[in-house]
Design a binder for this molecule. Structure first.
Ligand SMILES: [Zn+2]
Length: 138
């Protein structure tokens, strides 16, 4: 179940240890890069550095799956593709947590929360609106 953490992707899988959702970012043109790549897809530069985003995103699409990405007694979690606020097209497949299924909607504002499994911190997303959050602090 756990992703293989390498030097090339540890910023992504372990950033949550410090509460940071991190991606590679191109130094010359500022493009955020995901999935990890040795070159910027926009300008082909190899000058990339690790930077953290705000953690805010919106739901592009979602589905309910009974085989959750993260093992959990609470499944089914909604599985979603979220778009990170910093850049159009910067997208993650993730699970939505702390939300009632009937409240999930396309365009919903969400924010990152991390769930640790061994040495991996999965970036999951919960509603940005506290009124829509369920079961936090369980
Ligand atoms: Zn670039």
């Amino acid at each position: 179940m756990l992703p293989r953490v390498t030097d090339a992707n540890s910023h992504f899988w372990r950033g949550g240890e410090h509460g940071r959702l991190q991606f590679l970012r191109c130094t010359p043109c500022g493009t955020w890069i995901h999935p990890t790549s040795p070159r910027c897809p926009a300008c082909l530069s190899k000058e990339l550095s690790v930077e953290a985003v705000s953690g805010r995103a919106s739901v592009l699409t979602y589905t309910f799956n009974h085989q959750p990405w993260v093992p959990s007694p609470d499944h089914p979690y909604p599985i979603a593709i979220v778009e990170i606020e910093e850049q159009e097209g910067l997208r993650l497949m993730t699970n939505l947590v702390h939300v009632a299924g009937e409240d999930v909607a396309i365009g919903m504002a969400v924010q990152v929360v991390f769930e640790q499994h061994e040495d991996v911190w999965f970036p999951l997303f919960e509603p940005a609106d506290p009124k829509l959050r369920r079961g936090v602090g369980r």
